[in-house]
Each structure stands twice: as structure tokens, then as C-alpha cells.
Design a protein around this ligand. Structure first.
Ligand code: C2E
Ligand code: CA
Ligand code: CA
Length: 266
């Protein structure tokens, strides 16, 4: 398996997929999350559940994370070259990658090779409480913010990712975990969510709901003042070329025809 991964990285078998974020009020596409897929020569297209836990065990995940970051930077540069300079992309990093001493320098070396406004790049952080090296992680988040990129707290409300992290890190975006969205609709559940969103807003943080699948969820979360939505209700993750085509259509034609800006349901 080790050799399989090394070959995949060398042969660029990992591909950049993007799942759009839409604005809660207008349903316009405003950005996307970068998600890796492995185009395996024998097994076909593999989703992260099939290879990320294994890469973490084998100590190979950092290589994939830096490889994905580079793909995202190249995509942002391409969009900016087309005149699309407001579309932002968030990138996943495993905790071990994020908490490494050389993390910030490694990222700066990659990002520095591409031309795009740094605030278009968002770094997602997950579950820091169980992390081994919290002070290095904290230092890294501050250094990245100073460098000009944005930070998102992933899977908020699930496992360890919680209010503790909001105090610790200079967060720009909270991504509410799908489990919170799935439990909406009860009086208590909605009250908790509403309070979470209010606290986030008081801290000047953008609130994004993950895993939105139904019209009812869209209606409730919009009423609770969420800012951004992500989920199969709007679109599935798309390969880079398809996402690029869609973004160009929407952003470039939107200048003359504003109505064509929002995504259609899958
Ligand atoms: P995540 O960061 O929580 O990413 C969102 C996952 O939820 C994606 O799964 C996405 O396809 C899925 N999703 C989005 N909307 C919906 C929905 O409405 N319903 C349901 N049921 N699912 C939805 P995916 O692509 O399989 O990714 C799984 C995880 O793999 C991601 O979870 C992320 O943590 C990780 N991942 C992906 N690429 C990378 C990478 O390059 N590096 C690292 N370290 N992790 C990655
Ligand atoms: Ca994520
Ligand atoms: Ca997530």
C-alpha cells in the first residue's frame, strides 16, 4: 500500500474536486471546499473515506495535504487570471499536518509560487482538543492569519471541535457539522443552534451549515440567520474542470445577466 500511495502522488492520481458554498439569502455560489478524490488505476474513483484514514496511519497524509494545497493555489490563480477574484476556496488539512513546526513555512513556499489575493484561501481546522501539539497549532493559526489567509473551524459541534477552539484560534468561518443540521426541527435543537449562530456573529465570524440536503433544512437554517450553505441540496462535489466551467459561466455571465448566478439543484 505504501508503494501504491507513492506512485499515486508521483503520477498525480489524486484529483481536486470542489463542492460549492452558496449564500444563504440569494443561493448564489460564493466559494467552494476542496475535496480529494483518488483516480485509482484498478479500483476506479475513490472517495476520501477509502484512503485518508489509511494515509494518516501510514504517515503519508501531509504529502497529500500539501499536494492538494498546491492544486487549490493553481486553481485560484487560474480563476483570478480569468477575472474572477472573489471566489474563495477552503482546504482540508489533517491535524498532524497543521500542528507541525514547519507547517507555515511549507505553506508559504507553496502559496508564494502563485498569484492570487491570499484572503481567497481558507484553511480548515478540525478537532484540536485531541491534538498532541496544541501550542504549535495555535502559533500556526496566528502566523497564517498574519500571512493573510482565512481560517475555518470544521465540523463544529461534533466531537471535540467546539467553543474552546473559538477562544483559542482567530477563526473567520464556523462550519456547523452535518449532525447539527440533521437534528434541526426540535424546539431545543433550534434554540441551541440559534444561540451558537448568535455567539458566532457577535465574534464577527461567518456561519456555514454543512450537509444541507432538504428544502426544510434550508428554510430553518435561513431563519436562524446562517450565512452560507453547503450540501447535496445545492450540488455534489465536482471535478476541477466541471467546477471551473460552472464558475466561469456564473461569474462571467453574471456581469451581464445577474439572474443566472445561482446553482441549480442536482
Ligand atoms: P469534510 O471536511 O467534513 O467534507 C465534507 C464531506 O461531506 C465531503 O465528503 C462531502 O462530499 C460530504 N457532503 C457534503 N454535502 C453533503 C450532504 O448534503 N450530505 C452528505 N451525506 N454528505 C455531504 P468527502 O468528499 O467524502 O470527504 C470526506 C472527508 O475527507 C472530508 O470531510 C475531509 O475531512 C476529508 N478530506 C477530503 N480531502 C482531503 C484532503 O485533501 N486532506 C485531508 N486531510 N482531508 C481531506
Ligand atoms: Ca472540511
Ligand atoms: Ca466538515
Amino acid at each position: 500500500m505504501q508503494a501504491d500511495i507513492e506512485r499515486a502522488l508521483t503520477n498525480q492520481e489524486f484529483e481536486l474536486y470542489l463542492q460549492f458554498y452558496v449564500d444563504c439569502g440569494s443561493h448564489r455560489i460564493v466559494g467552494a471546499e476542496a475535496l480529494s478524490r483518488w483516480q485509482h488505476p484498478e479500483k476506479g474513483l475513490l472517495t476520501p473515506g477509502r484512503f485518508i484514514p489509511m494515509m494518516e496511519r501510514e504517515g503519508k497524509i501531509s504529502k497529500l495535504d500539501y499536494y492538494s494545497l498546491e492544486k487549490v493555489c493553481s486553481f485560484l490563480e487560474e480563476l483570478v487570471g480569468l477575472g474572477i477574484d472573489t471566489f474563495f476556496i477552503s482546504c482540508n488539512f489533517s491535524r498532524d499536518t497543521f500542528a507541525a513546526a514547519a507547517f507555515v513555512d511549507n505553506c508559504k513556499r507553496i502559496i508564494g509560487q502563485y498569484q492570487f489575493p491570499r484572503e481567497l484561501l481558507v484553511f480548515e481546522i478540525t478537532e484540536s482538543v485531541s491534538s498532541k501539539n496544541i501550542s504549535q497549532l495555535q502559533q500556526n493559526t496566528v502566523a497564517l492569519k498574519e500571512y493573510g489567509v482565512k481560517l475555518a473551524l470544521d465540523d463544529f459541534g461534533e466531537g471535540f471541535t467546539s467553543f474552546y477552539d473559538l477562544q483559542q484560534y482567530p477563526i473567520d468561518i464556523i462550519k456547523l457539522d452535518k449532525s447539527l443540521i440533521d437534528n434541526m426541527g426540535t424546539e431545543r435543537g433550534d434554540a441551541i443552534l440559534k444561540a451558537m449562530i448568535r455567539v458566532g456573529h457577535e465574534l464577527g465570524v461567518t456561519i456555514l451549515a454543512e450537509g444541507v440536503e432538504t428544502d426544510d433544512q434550508v428554510e430553518t437554517i435561513t431563519r436562524l440567520q446562517c450565512d452560507l450553505l453547503q450540501g447535496f441540496r445545492f450540488c455534489y462535489p465536482l471535478p476541477r474542470w466541471e467546477a471551473q466551467k460552472k464558475i466561469s459561466q456564473l461569474f462571467l455571465t453574471a456581469r451581464t445577466d445577474d439572474k443566472s448566478f445561482s446553482p441549480s439543484a442536482p
